[in-house]
Design a protein around this ligand. Structure first.
Ligand SMILES: *[C@@H]1O[C@H](CO)[C@@H](O)[C@H](O)[C@H]1NC(C)=O
Length: 302
C-alpha cells in the first residue's frame, strides 16, 4: 500500500482542496500539470482545455472522497473529455474483429479439464519475466510475448511492425503474419475459463473502456461503471485477491505508465454477470505456440 502510494504521488500531480479554491489557483495547477506531462497547447485551445481540466479535476476530487475500492488521479489524459479520449485511445474495431474472427477455424479451448479448485490462488506473469514493459501496443502482442517467453524462456519485445495486431487487420488475431506462427484459441466465455487460461499464459481480451473513471483510473480494484460494448484491447497477465478478499484480474494496458498502476489496472474478478467486469470475459483469446519467434534478424521472415 505504501509502495503504491509512493509511485502514485511521484507519477502524477498531487493537489489539495486549496488548489481548487479559485480560478487562479486552478490555472496554476493546470500549468503545473501541463509541464509535468509535457503537454503543449496553443493559446486558443488552452482556454477550452482548461475548462475540461477543471471539470475532470472536480470529478476526481469528488470521486476520491467516496469510499470506493479504487482511486482516480490527474494523469496525462486529464484535459481530454471522455469522448475525445475514447476517439483517440479506444476504438470500435473490436466488433469488426469479433465478427470476422468467426469466419476462420478456431482452435479448441485446452484448459477446460483443469480443476478450478487446484488453480493457484494468484498468478502474476510479470514476476515470471513473461511481460514486457508497458508500451503502446495492441492486445495480441502481450499474449504472444508471454507464451513465447514461457516456452523459450526468452522475453522478446514485439512491435506492431513485427506482428500484425488484432485491432488493425481484417483477420484480427487470426490474421496477417501471426497466421504463420500462431493459432489463436478463442470462444471460451466466462471468468472460470479465463482463469484456467490465465493460469497458463497471458490472455488477450477486449473490454469496454468507456467512462471518465476508467480514463482517470489511478489505483485499486476497478468495479466500474462500465458497460459491455467492447472497444479496447488489453491483456490479462495475472489474477489475485486483496487482503480483504476482493478478487481481481491484473490487466496490462497500453496507455503509458502515467495511467493506472504504472500502466496496469486491477479489475474486479468473479462478478455475478458472466460477461465479467467491463465485458472482460466476452472475447478472450490466447496464442498457441506453433513455432518460435527467433530473436535475430530472421524475425523478418516470420
Ligand atoms: C465456462 O466456459 C467453459 C469453456 O467455454 C465451459 O466449458 C463451461 O461450461 C463454462 N462454465 C459455465 C459455468 O458457464
Amino acid at each position: 500500500m505504501l509502495l503504491a502510494l509512493a509511485f502514485t504521488v511521484s507519477r502524477c500531480i498531487p493537489f489539495t482542496e486549496e488548489d481548487l479554491s479559485s480560478e487562479d489557483r486552478l490555472w496554476a495547477l493546470y500549468e503545473r500539470w501541463r509541464s509535468h506531462h509535457t503537454v503543449s497547447r496553443d493559446l486558443d485551445e488552452k482556454r477550452r482545455r482548461f475548462n475540461v481540466f477543471k471539470h475532470n479535476i472536480k470529478f476526481i476530487h469528488e470521486f476520491n472522497k467516496k469510499d470506493e475500492p479504487y482511486k482516480l488521479k490527474l494523469n496525462a489524459f486529464a484535459d481530454l473529455t471522455n469522448q475525445e479520449f475514447l476517439d483517440h485511445y479506444a476504438g470500435s474495431k473490436i466488433e469488426h474483429h469479433r465478427i470476422r474472427r468467426g469466419e476462420k477455424p478456431e482452435g479448441e479451448f485446452k484448459h477446460g479439464h483443469i480443476d478450478i479448485y487446484k488453480l493457484p490462488a494468484s498468478v502474476d506473469w510479470r514476476t515470471q519475466g513473461a511481460v514486457t514493459p508497458v508500451k503502446d501496443q495492441g492486445k495480441c502482442i502481450a499474449a504472444v510475448e508471454g507464451i513465447n517467453q514461457i516456452v523459450t524462456k526468452e522475453l522478446i519485445s514485439l512491435s506492431e511492425q513485427e506482428l500484425v495486431d488484432c485491432d488493425t487487420t481484417d483477420w484480427g488475431c487470426n490474421g496477417g503474419l501471426m497466421d504463420h506462427a500462431f493459432e489463436f484459441i478463442t470462444d471460451f466465455d466466462n471468468e472460470t475459463a479465463l482463469q484456467q487460461a490465465v493460469a497458463n499464459q497471458p490472455v488477450s481480451v477486449a473490454i469496454d473502456a468507456s467512462g471518465l473513471a476508467f480514463q482517470l483510473y489511478s489505483e485499486g480494484v476497478f468495479i466500474g461503471p462500465c458497460g459491455t460494448s467492447l472497444n479496447h484491447g488489453v491483456a490479462v497477465v495475472g489474477y489475485g485477491a486483496t487482503q480483504d478478499g476482493t478478487k481481481y484480474w491484473i490487466v496490462k494496458n497500453s496507455w503509458g505508465t502515467s495511467w493506472g498502476e504504472q500502466g496496469y489496472i486491477r479489475m474486479k474478478r468473479e462478478i455475478p454477470n458472466n460477461r465479467g467486469q467491463c465485458g472482460i470475459a466476452m472475447s478472450p483469446s490466447y496464442p498457441i505456440k506453433a513455432s518460435l519467434i527467433p530473436s535475430d534478424e530472421s524475425k523478418d521472415e516470420l
